[in-house]
Design a protein around this ligand. Structure first.
Ligand SMILES: [Zn+2]
Length: 98
């Protein structure tokens, strides 16, 4: 398979933004709590992308548990994740791309 995520032979495709899983969890909760939300793929992808863009990215390398800024620096309060997801959902509700 063609892996475009290569830097001088090292794969960087496993380096994830720390916010991804937190946001996915929060969006799933939002869908559970709001049966009116459109469940089409475009809306789900829009909500996810907008939520991620709302917060500063937190990429981290996969091989060690140590982080560049210490454990505290990577922790993001639940409230900020919540706010990002809520504003993304409002935006998609107002102007859906489907
Ligand atoms: Zn939709």
């Amino acid at each position: 398979m063609d892996n475009k995520y290569l830097i001088i032979g090292h794969s960087v495709e496993d380096i994830r933004n720390d916010n991804e899983l937190l946001i996915i969890k929060k969006i799933n909760e939002a869908f559970q709590n709001d049966p009116q939300l459109c469940r089409c793929r475009l809306c789900v992808e829009d909500i996810y992308a907008l939520s991620l863009n709302y917060l500063p990215a937190r990429y981290k390398q996969s091989l060690t548990l140590a982080t560049l800024h210490g454990e505290k620096g990577w922790q993001i309060e639940d409230a900020r994740i919540e706010e990002a997801v809520r504003s993304a959902i409002e935006q998609v509700k107002k102007r859906p791309h489907h």
